[in-house]
Write a protein that binds this ligand. Structure first.
Ligand SMILES: *Cc1c(COP(=O)(O)O)cnc(C)c1O
Length: 487
């Protein structure tokens, strides 16, 4: 980088001098631009063993100031090459978390402002921009007026907040004031999820005092969707045995196979039983911007809360989760505390986001979303998502047409579940072992990174598309590599 004219020993005791910051910021911008431009020269997965990096770092902090040049050199040598490169077009594991250029710029601007979005008085424009962007996204996803929401860090936290609201909505429970322990007069509380639901719901149950044994898992059909008939039967049986049904969590786009719970059948059961319906659509909600995919979501507009992660398949830098809710007052009643030291005297019309959740201080996430949505435009976002869905369909046909390969789940979005299964091998554990070996070899190539799951007990490879820097050519190349490795 351009050398600063100020040496560490000449620094005043204030912050970095403005001119030094300006020079350094330009250098950092160049580094990030170079990183993004050069991603494909790197291995997606660095070849490292646990501890390799830590042992190259000093165990104690420097006593005296160091030059930024030295610090950034160490960054370039030790940190940048030794992460798993989520931004790499060959990263097709888990779910994508890709930071777009405009999103990164928004993240930088937000950290420059360092606006802490606790309440309106502390963050007027940031609060109101969050209200506007949440409403933009509501409309983009096809949710009707009356839905509101807020940004959180992750789907795990969004779902936790929803479970607290669901618990608060149970008549006569008053857990906000009474807690749950030592109250023999109340029955035990139940949450319903499918066998394929994400572990974040189990964790939320641990936190809200419902516990893992308070979770009832509903079996899935042969396409990994919650069975609505089994849900209705489970709730009826529980009521008979004194349980209090609190919440059903339906997943639209499960983590293993992206299966879609039949929300249009589940929702009427929840209404009839007066049970909160939370929709976990952390990955798949992005697809609701596509009118042709709305069928998968039909009925979610009558649920009570929905979680969508823009930091997954929506190109937003980590972190950004969006918790949509229809009854904001329930969240506010469940969480709001306004002690003297945060009273501002501003009219009640102002939104004070801290009252709707656990955190007081909150990041200014709306800025990167606002910049990104404007830069891509709704049609631009749609075009990219459509491409990912189309490439997934293409890959699906390659699997379906190959006699040695087998598809293990439908492909509603941009994820394909499959395995190698040549005729002649019938031993289940041998098939699993071969697939695990293929996955290891593909990942060792450095060009691609795939992850796996188990579906109906079978080792399953997952190919997930969602990187706006990838192309159909990457999908062709990973298919070639898979076949080569399998042979
Ligand atoms: C990824 C995922 C989560 C967890 O998301 P975080 O933001 O990492 O907490 C929850 N549910 C589903 C369906 C997911 O795919």
């Amino acid at each position: 980088m351009a050398k600063s004219s100020i040496t560490p020993s000449q620094r005043s005791t204030g912050d970095m001098a403005p001119e030094e910051f300006r020079t350094a910021a330009k250098d950092v911008a160049d580094r990030v631009a170079d990183y993004l431009a050069g991603l494909e020269s790197r291995d997606v997965l660095p070849k490292l063993e646990p501890g390799d990096i830590r042992k190259q770092l000093p165990t104690t902090p420097p006593r005296e100031p160091e030059s930024l040049e030295e610090i950034l050199d160490d960054f370039a040598r030790l940190i940048e090459p030794n992460i798993t490169h989520w931004q790499h077009p060959g990263f097709m594991a888990y779910f994508p978390s890709v930071a777009s250029g405009p999103g990164i710029l928004g993240e930088w601007l937000a950290s420059g402002l360092n606006s802490n979005v606790m309440f309106w008085r502390n963050a007027p424009a940031s609060t109101e921009l969050e209200q506007v962007v949440v409403d933009w996204l509501r409309g983009m996803l096809g949710l009707p007026d009356g839905w509101d929401g807020m940004f959180t860090d992750t789907a795990s936290i969004s779902s936790l907040l929803s479970l607290v609201a669901a618990r608060h909505a149970v008549d006569g429970l008053d857990s906000r004031d009474q807690g749950l322990a030592g109250r023999p007069e109340i029955g035990r509380l139940r949450i319903y999820i499918s066998d394929e639901a994400h572990m974040s719901i189990d964790k939320a149950a641990i936190v809200v005092g419902i516990g893992r044994n308070g979770i009832r898992r509903i079996p899935v059909d042969d396409e990994y969707r919650m069975r609505a008939d089994a849900l209705a039967a489970a709730i009826a049986e529980d009521r008979e045995n004194g349980w209090i049904p609190v919440c059903v969590v339906a997943t639209l786009g499960t983590t293993s196979s992206t299966s879609v719970d039949p929300i249009a059948e589940i929702e009427p059961i929840c209404r009839r039983e007066k049970v909160w319906l939370h929709v976990d659509a952390a990955y798949a909600a992005a697809a609701a911007v596509l009118p042709e995919k709305r069928g998968y979501f039909a009925g979610w507009e009558r649920s009570d809360s929905i979680v969508f992660n823009p930091h997954k398949w929506f190109f937003t830098p980590f972190d950004a989760s969006l918790l949509f809710f229809r009854k904001g007052d329930t969240f506010r009643d469940a969480f709001s505390l306004v002690p003297e030291y945060i009273k501002t005297g501003v009219s009640d019309e102002a939104r004070n986001y801290n009252e709707y959740g656990i955190q007081m201080g909150r990041r200014f996430r709306a800025l990167k979303m606002w910049i990104q949505i404007r830069w891509f435009g709704v049609e631009g976002l749609r075009a990219r998502l459509r491409e990912h869905c189309a490439w997934a369909q293409e890959f699906r046909t390659w699997i379906d047409d190959a006699p040695d390969w087998e598809r293990l789940a439908p492909v509603p979005f941009s994820t394909v579940c499959f395995r190698y299964c040549p005729p002649g091998i019938t031993d289940a554990s041998e098939i699993d072992g071969r697939n695990a070996a293929i996955l290891d070899a593909v990942n060792a190539s450095g060009q691609f990174y795939l992850s796996h799951t188990k579906l109906a007990g079978r080792y399953t490879m997952r190919l997930v598309l969602g990187n706006p820097r990838a192309s159909l050519d990457h999908v062709r190349r990973v298919w070639e590599l898979l076949r080569k490795v399998a042979r």
